[in-house]
Design a protein around this ligand. Structure first.
Ligand code: SF4
Length: 231
């Protein structure tokens, strides 16, 4: 009996779905073209200042945060100084950022934790950062990426969450799910820049209501139901 011919192994067909490598690459290229120099918009001089500014930026614009942090850091320049501050004084200085009572508690809690457990220095791992009051994954990823150039995760704020879903890069219903999906689909050396670029895109073009699709250089790659214009 003739030996059964084994069928030749065929190379897997390249996926043509939304996560096809060539599509992801095209999205990253378009983001590079539109936002070649995107950086974090929160003013800071040290990892500690960035950590505090990021805590304050919850439900608040970066512009507003940048208005209060110079005086906050002039009065309390180090975690040790902030740890000893009167809570009411911190509250008064950050009042205009909203939710100021909770934010003041978080900032002082972070200052105490860093002073007492991390020798006054902001830690450089995600596992340690998320133990700091007020610093969940998003804040930890911001500090790691911007201050230390470390990509342990992807920053998923409201803009990244919305746009990753509009661009079909993620389907998750929570920032954690979207982050996991983005980590699976994006090359790790793009995790930091992708978030910066998408945050800029979300502020300038792909805004929550009535995105400016006519001005969007990702338009031909986007099939979102939220589109306001199609070529
Ligand atoms: S085409 Fe519209 S919805 Fe899609 S990414 Fe651009 S601005 Fe956003």
């Amino acid at each position: 009996m003739p030996a059964k011919k084994s069928s030749p192994r065929r190379a897997a067909k390249p996926s043509r779905g939304p996560l096809a490598p060539e599509r992801v690459e095209a999205i990253l290229k378009a983001l590079d073209e539109a936002y070649p120099n995107a950086v974090c918009a929160l003013n800071h001089r040290t990892p500690w200042e960035l950590l505090v500014a990021t805590i304050l930026s919850a439900q608040c614009t970066d512009v507003r945060v940048n208005m209060v942090t110079p005086e906050l850091f002039r009065r309390f320049p180090t975690p040790a100084a902030m740890a000893k501050a009167r809570l009411s004084e911190i509250e008064g200085l950050i009042r205009t950022t909203g939710f100021f009572r909770n934010k003041a508690k978080s900032v002082q809690g972070a200052a105490k934790k860093i002073t007492e457990e991390f020798n006054g220095r902001v830690p450089q791992t995600l596992a340690e950062l998320i133990t700091i009051p007020g610093a969940a994954r998003k804040t930890a990823n911001v500090v790691l990426g911007v201050s230390f150039g470390k990509a342990e995760g992807v920053v998923v704020d409201t803009h990244v969450f919305r746009i990753a879903r509009r661009l079909d890069l993620a389907k998750g219903d929570t920032p954690q799910e979207v982050e996991r999906e983005l980590m699976a689909v994006l090359p790790q050396d793009r995790w930091i820049s992708f978030s910066h670029q998408v945050i800029h895109h979300g502020r300038q073009v792909c805004i929550a209501r009535n995105p400016k699709c006519r001005n969007c250089n990702l338009e031909t790659l986007c099939r979102s139901n939220d589109k306001t214009w199609s070529s």
